[in-house]
Design a protein around this ligand. Structure first.
Ligand code: IYR
Length: 326
């Protein structure tokens, strides 16, 4: 695969395409990052951006994972002590998932975000950014509660991270786009360069095909799930025989194949008894989606196969969690 295609595959948005093309022309040693507010158990939302980091490592880039402890604190996720303990568990799960430990720099936000220079830059950004602008940037990240002062400081710090970690590319889910847009506007105010950003899609809720999967009221697949849990969740998923259901709906089963399974496996085998036509083998998402639409692949077989492959992806992290907790 061409480097540009590898870097941008499954990305919902590339800002800007021209800047990313320039990066793709000479990716060696360039630095990309994702930041995560530590939360105990990785779920498919985290793994979607992790897949992108794996692509970027394959393209020759250096990968930085920011364990955003100060951001989690500002967003009301607990005491520093609790947040750091959670962050250590999270790091172990990322490695178990397949990020190359020797090639991934894990860094705590608090390791540089409390330095004098960073703090003074932060105050300068506070002066140059309106409250309204900062609040808008946070709209999709902040929980339902009333905004606190901490919530408007948060995106300004995320902006500075891009400079202070010396990055060439910022990666995040589509929910981070407004912060990255703010960063593109504000970094030049301090005399710093603008950097490109890549946004991964938000996968639809598993049972309804609406909204986003990791929302609090929907079904989420995480590294805590057993093989049986996975099977049960995937079997109850919404899976019409089309990749484009009507209205705002998505086909979450196909999305999981596209964004989670195909990027990590060269070949997908759907096991079927001979009387139902025997095994089917796919080496790309398009042919599987086409078979589901034509009726050649039954939704029940697609779901069973999806559960098996997701289980394989999640198993090492699940074991890691068990070790940590025992
Ligand atoms: N806003 C992210 C966490 C985060 C991401 C980056 I990239 C940072 O530089 C800092 C924090 C979230 O919603 O989890």
């Amino acid at each position: 695969m061409e480097t540009y295609d590898l870097i941008t595959r499954n990305a919902e948005e590339v800002v800007t395409d021209e800047e990313v093309r320039e990066l793709a022309a000479d990716p060696d040693g360039k630095r990309a990052y994702v930041g995560y507010e530590p939360s105990g158990v990785l779920h498919l939302g985290h793994l979607l951006t992790a897949n992108k980091l794996i692509d970027l490592q394959e393209a020759g880039m250096e990968v930085v994972i920011l364990l955003a402890d100060v951001h989690a604190y500002l967003n009301g996720k607990g005491t520093f002590e609790e947040i750091r303990e959670t962050a250590e568990q999270m790091k172990a799960q990322f490695v178990a998932y397949g990020l190359d430990e020797d090639n991934t720099e894990f860094i705590y936000g608090s390791a540089f975000q409390l330095d004098e220079e960073y703090t003074l830059d932060l105050h300068e950004l506070e002066l140059s950014t309106t409250l309204n602008r900062s609040q808008r940037a946070m709209a999709e990240i902040q929980g339902g509660e009333t905004a606190k002062v901490s919530h408007v400081v948060y995106p300004l710090m995320q902006t500075l991270d891009i400079e202070y970690l010396d990055l060439d590319l910022a990666v995040g889910g589509l929910d981070q786009r407004k912060v990255h847009m703010l960063a593109r506007e504000e970094l030049p105010e301090l005399g710093y360069d603008v950097r490109p950003a890549l946004h991964t899609p938000i996968v639809a809720d598993l049972t309804s095909g609406e909204g986003k999967m990791s929302s609090s009221d929907g079904v989420t697949i995480s590294m805590e799930d057993s093989t049986d849990d996975l099977e049960e969740k995937v079997n109850s998923a919404f899976c019409p025989p089309t990749r484009d259901p009507e209205g705002d709906l998505e086909n979450p089963v196909l999305e999981l194949f596209e964004f989670h399974v195909f990027p990590r496996f060269d070949e997908i085998v759907v096991e079927r008894p001979d009387e139902y036509g025997g095994d089917l083998t796919y080496d790309d998402y398009e042919s599987l989606a086409a078979d589901l639409e034509s009726g050649e692949l039954h939704p029940a077989d697609a779901k069973g196969t999806l559960a098996t492959y997701l289980d394989e992806l999640i198993a090492p992290g699940r074991e890691k969690l068990r070790d940590i907790r025992n």
